[in-house]
Design a protein around this ligand. Structure first.
Ligand code: HEC
Length: 151
């Protein structure tokens, strides 16, 4: 009787151990699945459409910041390799709200105001992603949510 008890205890333990292993594994798979789903549903929004951004840039930014993103003279700062772009929120805000007051780009001070550029959320996202990823810039990307949050 004692032996049987011990055996059933061991069996029960094994059973519980297997169960928790299975449920843990199952749990993990589930998280992975939701993660994948999330990235997939977010993909279309985040997808970098540099073509659309380029067109907006050419129409609304290039006159001052130039096609090569180098800026112009002492007043128009560069976007190519600009350390200002590392702060995505500041970048979005500067474009949709304009900039007044002194800023510093790559150690150089600029103080001519930039007027706000009127853009839809989509256009703002496209043009920001264009400047973040052009002229060898690799500053990541922004989403529509980032634009909305910055407005
Ligand atoms: C009429 C000229 C003009 C136009 C058009 C213009 N900017 Fe600017 N931009 C400026 C000036 C001047 C500054 C510097 C502001 C300051 O010194 O306070 C600036 C600064 C910036 C900065 C921050 C500094 C830097 O170089 O990283 C960003 C980012 C920027 N502009 C992006 C854009 C984008 C994107 C567009 C088009 C949607 C645009 N600008 C259109 C003149 C312009």
């Amino acid at each position: 009787m004692k032996k049987l008890n011990l055996l059933s205890l061991m069996l029960a333990f094994l059973f519980v151990a297997t169960l928790s292993l299975v449920s843990c594994g199952g749990g993990e798979t589930k998280t992975n699945e939701t993660d994948t789903e999330k990235t997939e549903t977010e993909k279309p929004e985040v997808k970098l459409d540099l073509t659309a951004g380029k067109t907006i840039y050419e129409g609304k930014c290039q006159a001052c910041h130039q096609a090569n993103g180098q800026g112009l003279g002492d007043n128009f700062p560069p976007l190519a390799k600009s350390d200002f772009l590392k702060d995505k929120t500041a970048t979005i805000k500067s474009i949709i709200n304009g900039i007044s007051g002194e800023i510093e780009v790559n150690g150089k001070k600029y103080s001519m105001p930039m007027a706000a550029v009127v853009l839809t959320d989509q256009e703002a996202m496209d043009v920001v992603n264009y400047i973040l990823n052009s002229w060898e810039n690799k500053y990541g990307s922004v989403t529509l949510e980032d634009i909305k949050a910055a407005r």
